[in-house]
Structure formats: structure tokens, C-alpha cells
Design a protein around this ligand. Sequence first.
Ligand SMILES: [Zn+2]
Ligand SMILES: [Zn+2]
Ligand SMILES: [Zn+2]
Length: 764
Amino acid sequence: MDVRRQIEVSGIVQGVGFRPYVYRLATGRHLRGTIRNTSAGVTIEIQGPAETVQDFVEHLPAEAPPLARITNVAVHDVPCVAEQVGDVQDFCIVHSREGEEVRTLISPDVAICPDCLREMFDPKDRRYRYPFINCTNCGPRFTIIRDIPYDRPSTSMAMFPMCPACLAEYENPLDRRFHAQPNACWTCGPGVELWDKSGKRIGCRDAIAEAVSGLDTGLVVAVKGLGGFHLAVDATNPAAVALLRQRKRRVEKPFAVMVPDLQAAREICELDGALATVLQSIQRPIVLVPKRTPSAIPDSVAPCNRYLGIFLPYTPLHYLLLAEGGFKALVMTSGNLSEEPIAIDNREAVQRLGGLADYFLVHNRDILLRCDDSVVRVAGGIPRQLRRSRGFVPVPVFLKDDQPSVLAVGGELKNTICLTKGKHAFLSQHVGDLENVESYSFFHEAIQHLERILQIRPEIIAYDLHPNYFSTKWALQQSGAKLVGVQHHHAHIASCMAENHLEGRVIGFALDGTGYGTDGNIWGGEVLIAGYEDFERAAHFEYVPLPGGEAAIREPGRMAVSYLAHHFGREFLRLSIPFVRQLDMAKTELLLRMVERKVNSPLTSSCGRLFDAVAALIGIRQEVNYEAQAAIELEMAILPSEEETAYPLNLLPQGDQWIIGTRPLFEALLDDLGRNLPAGSISRRFHNGLVEGVVQLATLLRNKTDLHRVCLSGGTFHNVYLSQRLEAHLSEAGFEVFTQKEVPPGDGGLSLGQALVAAAKLRA
Ligand SMILES: [Zn+2]
Ligand SMILES: [Zn+2]
Ligand SMILES: [Zn+2]
């Protein structure tokens, strides 16, 4: 007996080849019915024998096209429609109803698909070697959208009218390019050119081949990608890498490396199955993978780091460049000067990068919104975001409950913003460090653009409590929305709760560098009993002075002096350890006086600064060239071993709180230094000590509160050794442990937590 079902599918199901897919699924089973786009997704009506219809419903989500992301499937019985002559076995794609508000989700930019890749390298295909080949399963989306609905006229493809051949594909429901908005070919689409550093076009037959010869001779080539320009050099050429470092004023911060395929990746890195899967995913993030040493990649690409950030090509142009040059690896770093936003416009690129690049491989498909590469690491077989940007934005983080419309403006460093609507939290791409003027204007752009394409008018604006953050200052100037300040570490814990769909209260460990505290001090080693609406500060690392404020962040050596003076007074100057022997006595005297007289020495409980102090003390680094460098190198110093020794911390009750005392840790560490224990072992014992301290504290708090759920967040959890060991030990102790995967644990994930806290505060 025949049945008819109405199926409503929501999620990312428009502009991703979903209707042709359903068409094939239905006609392949000789089912009748219709499919149309709706405001929330697509609605399918399907009719036929009950068993076949059931089979259709079951297969529907399982075999969906790669870019589709189904969030809900609702199936209802509807009365059968009588067979009409002529459409006995018809299934048709019908037009959407006029005037329906578009609420469907926008797809992110994704890597070229295997079909397009095959066509591009097929000499018989009409798009042979065409650098902008794409289809509904691949290519640009988010970065070429000017406005919604997502149709060609509201994208940067508007200036390229389709040729008859492309148009025929575009209009054919059975074609892979049915409604592929960026569809193009040699005849009608964008093209590439090679420019010199003054922006003059270089006359040549093949711009890509010319760019390759530049790279071959060790030059720097700026390459226009999907979300912005990259600066490229041959990664196996140490002189080229040095040239790029010098020009980009990037002394030691690791460069990302693009490799042509998995085999090339295996030659320079240790890949396991999980890493290979993430590398090949359509989002093509930069993945941190263990280096193979020695390898063809000089150490200067990622100095003092056991990991290398590698990624596979994701645009057709990348594939052509790598294939033409036969490169084993290219450094592909953001096209910017130090921490400024990535350049996207051709002229802007020449202006800003003219002193950095020798050539510009440009094209005339405009990037409307910059979007840096995403960075992930894999821990416990699960990919975890370190920088959530291209490939993931604007896919929302799916929330448990409906939220009001909130704009959360994030923090100061690694800024992202977040907009909520219903059960969706839309985090922006990586905006960067707002202290740069350019980043600050990008911050405005990102807010305006996201509000427009997502059609969200925020009722509430959430901001960090730090009065000097640019994002905070901006928020406080806005009118027309309720303004809610959110404590930094509360936001970190709420961010972790939100992506894990938690409610109620949790024990939250927020460990990071810097966040404004409610007592005016600089927080950063915080243990909170928190729900969305509020928190209690249950414990924190012992306060120490931060001599010189910001200067102490750039010079970890200052933190070592501060900790030693704090615990041992001037007695520490008699210690017979290399750190003390190498101190510049005049400078140290100045620091000590600053601390003793409490001049320009704010108090901090920062976990990041504790890492800095230890790194400096054991000789790893006295000054840093990029954020968190000392902490990263301290982690990298740990050598594989089974050693379980842990430096002790003491937990001192103070009122309702516990203070996490670090004196016994430093005593044990100094003992080991006196015995010339290698830095790798000391680092390990230090990490192990933190893990034990956290587990002890969590146990105390469980006894006191009956809570057994622990959330871990804050930039310190970018540290793989610490996160993995802590998760394992907490689980062993019977805790339910929640960590961040979808959004970064660092300040890149802050805005998500701010949004939920602000909404909860206004509800309370
Ligand atoms: Zn494709
Ligand atoms: Zn064409
Ligand atoms: Zn933070």
C-alpha cells in the first residue's frame, strides 16, 4: 500500500547540491513527490510503497552531499495524492514560495572536491587547468557573499555572466553544478595574473609557471587564496625561509607548511589515522602534527617546536602551483605584517605586502570577507580547534536551548565575535589582536557583515570587564541594546559548558594568561563554581607581582625573579643556579625595588605567567617573540618518559576559598636545578604537579558542593600534555570531564561564553 510522507529537513541544505541529491535518491527508488527550499531548509513530500518510503527516509541523512549539514529531520504522514496521468513516477524540484524569509544556514568555504580535481587535471575536460573550477560540493561560499539570499548577484561572482555551457550546467537539476553560484570556466570566469612588487602586470604566457620559477629561485610570492593572501616560499630552502622571516618581522613564530598530499606529509611528519583524516577533511585546516627529524624541512620553519603546522591544498590554484613546481612543501603564511589582519584585495595587498613579496599571484574574483586558515590539533583522536576560521565559519555552534539575539564582542587577543539566534551561536572568523588599528576596523567589518548575512539585530551586547579592551570600549558606546559585562574566566567556563550542552553548575578550571578580575587584579589561574548566570571564585593561584605589567609578559625572566623574590625574599640571589648567575644585577635590583615598593607591579594569579617563570628559571627562554612562546617551549621540552614525579602545590584555605600555593613547587624545582636535572624532566614534573594539584582541588570541591562535572577552559589548555593528562587523571578520580573541541579553549572561544552568560544574567 502506498503512503505519503512530508519530511522537513533543516540545517545547511541549500546551495550544497541537496535538491539534486534528493531527486536522485527518489527517482532511483521510483518514488513520486516534490522538494522545495523553505525558510528553514527544505521540505520533501514523498509517496510510494511504505517499505520503499521508509528506506528513502533512512538513507536521506546518511548519504547527504559533503557540504550538507543536517540538524533536524521531521517526518509527518500526509494523505496520498492521486496519480495523475503523465507523472506516475515523477519526482520534481519545485520553486520556493515567494516572499518567504530566508533563515537557512550559509555554507562555509571548502576545499576543491575530488570530481573537480579530476576534471582540472584531465586534458580533455573543458576546465583543464582552470584555477577556479568548483561545483555544488566545493569551492568558495562565505568569503564571496555580499548579502543574502545566497545567489550569484549577491556574491563577488556577480561581475562574471555565465557562458551558455556554464549556464546549462547551472540550470540542470541533474548536474553537479546545478545552482553552484560560483560556477565558471575559461570562457566566462575569473583568471589569474602575475604582478611585480609594484603591482605591475608581468606579461607572460603562464602566470602560475612564472610564479613557480620565482619560488624555485628562493623568492617570496604572495598568493591570493580563498580568505586572503598567503606569503609563499619553498619550505625546503633555508635561505628563502630566512628571507621571509626577516621581511615579515617574524623572528621565531612557527610557519605553516602546505604539502601536496598525504605521502608528502608523511615524509616530514608522523601521521596517524586521525591526523590524516583531519588533514583531508573538506575544511582543510592547518593541523599540528609531530615533526619527523631529520627531514627536508629546516628547523627554522618551526624552531623549538616538536610539532609542525601542515595543511593540504584547498583551492584549485594551490593544486596547480604545487603540481607545476613539484614542491615537497611550501611555507604558506598569512599575508600580513606580524599580527595585522590578512590582506584580501589585490591593490591592498601590493600596498601592504609590497615590501614582503617579490611577486603577486593575483586573481579578479574578489574576496569580500577575509578569513584566515583554521588551526586544529588532535588529542585523543578528536580534532580540537585552536583557531576556528576558514572552513568552519559561519557554521554555528549548536546550542541546547533557544537564546535571545546577543552580540558578544570577545576579548582583546585572538578576538572573535559571536551572534546568537535561536539554538545557533555564530562565531566569527578569527579577527586577531585588536590592539592593531587594522584589526580594530576588521572587528567592525566582521560585526556588520555577520549581522547582515545572518539577519540578526542584537537585543543584548556582551563584553569583557577589562576597561581598556578595545572591544569593551566599543560595546560601551553602543545604544539600543542592553549591555552586559562578563568576567573573562566565567566566559571561558560558560563557553565550555555551551558547546557541551551543560546546564546547572560545574566545577570550572579556567587557566590562561590574562583576564580582568572582579577584585581589580589580573586573574588567570581560576577555579570557579559556575553556572551561566553567575559564579563563585572557589580557588585561585597565589597572587604574585607582575613587575612592569605588560613588560613582564614579554620577558618571562621578570616572572622568575618575581616568584623567587615572593617566596624566598632576596635570599634567592645566593642560589647557585645558572638563572641567578646570569642575571643582570642592575636590572634585577630595579625589578626587586619595583616589586618591594609595589610600583607598576599589579598582582596576578595567571597560570600563563607561572609557566613563563618556570621556563625562564630552567633556561628555556628569558624573552618571548610571540604570545605564549615560553609556555609552548616549556611543553615541547618534555621528553617521552614514564616518570610520574610531580612537584607539590599546597592548597591553603582562606575564607571560603582555597589559595593554590606555589612555594613547595619552587622549592622542589630549585632542588632539581641544583642537582642539574635536565630541563625536560623538570618540565615534566612541573606539568605533573599541576595535574595533581587540580585533581586534589577538584576533589575538595566535590566534597564541598557535590558537583562532579569539571569543565576545562582557557588558553593553557592548548597544552596537549597538560590537557590529556589532566583529563585522564580527573576521569580516573570519578569526575565527568568536559573540554572544548568546537571552539578554541583560548580567547578565540571567549565570545561564545560571553553570549550565554549575558543572556542568562538578563533572564535571572
Ligand atoms: Zn567540486
Ligand atoms: Zn563558462
Ligand atoms: Zn582568556
